[in-house]
Ligand binder design. Structure first.
Ligand SMILES: *Cc1c(COP(=O)(O)O)cnc(C)c1O
Length: 238
């Protein structure tokens, strides 16, 4: 733990909040309309809690093992913990009840397991459906044309509640290049919302990361997931 890291996190946190406000204003929204979630993989809880002390209210992990090993150390009195990574069905029971939102559901199988574990605990679990908007092979997420069918199946499953959509567009060299994916996501999101499907609410559109969160907000994201811009570069890729 170094003082320098703490002050860098503080500087970055304020900068990101300013950028969120500017991007939100440019589309007639305010910073309050945007949920700033910090992606905390590889980050020590002491740094995460420092960001929480500055006002951060949402954190997301993308590996079950890492989440469990850090779980007792997060300041969850002041922040909501979410799961944002690829999730295998056999690990679901380890996180249901511990996280407030699972952002990465892309199959009936996974949703059914979340439902089963939630029922056991007597809770309802909030989920987002992950969309593979760049149609990338080997990437999680449902393809856009499969979304309607998946949602209609999910709407029948008890003890889960679909709250919106999440996407991780392809890695682009310039934030601008992601615009088409973000625009596409917003259109899909609004289209589904207008259908008012039973048990499916479309309030959350989670997209945008360190390099493109301002672009994402301008395209309609109301939740962004930012890691390296807040905590510094990681030494491996997601
Ligand atoms: C790591 C991660 C992010 C944040 O990535 P950065 O480029 O570091 O901001 C966002 N979403 C998911 C699912 C992640 O795993």
């Amino acid at each position: 733990m170094t003082e320098r890291s703490f002050s860098e996190i503080e500087y970055n946190y304020k900068k990101i909040c300013e950028n969120i406000a500017l991007a939100a204003q440019s589309v007639g929204k305010t910073a309050d309309d945007i949920t700033f979630l910090a992606a905390t993989k590889t980050v020590d809880p002491e740094y995460i809690n420092h960001a929480i002390s500055l006002g951060l209210r949402y954190i997301g992990e993308n590996r079950v093992q890492e989440l469990l090993s850090k779980y007792d150390d997060y300041d969850l009195e002041h922040a909501s913990l979410q799961f944002i990574g690829h999730l295998q069905s056999n690990k679901v029971r380890q996180i249901v009840g511990k996280v407030d939102l699972i952002q990465s559901v892309d199959s009936v199988k996974l949703a059914s397991e979340i439902s089963r574990c939630s029922s056991k605990l007597g809770i309802t679990s909030d989920i987002l459906v992950e969309v593979n908007i760049g149609r990338e092979e080997n990437k999680s997420g449902v393809l856009p044309e499969q979304l309607d069918e998946l949602l209609s199946e999910l709407s029948e499953i008890p003890d889960i509640r679909v709250r919106g959509l999440m996407a991780i567009p392809p890695i682009c060299e310039f934030a601008q290049e992601n615009r088409k994916f973000f625009d596409n996501m917003r259109n899909i999101f609004l289209d589904i919302r207008s259908k008012n499907i039973d048990n499916i609410s479309m309030d959350i559109l989670s997209m945008g990361m360190s390099d493109d969160y301002q672009e994402a907000i301008k395209c309609g994201a109301n939740m962004i997931r930012v890691g390296s811009a807040l905590f510094g570069a990681r030494n491996y890729n997601i």
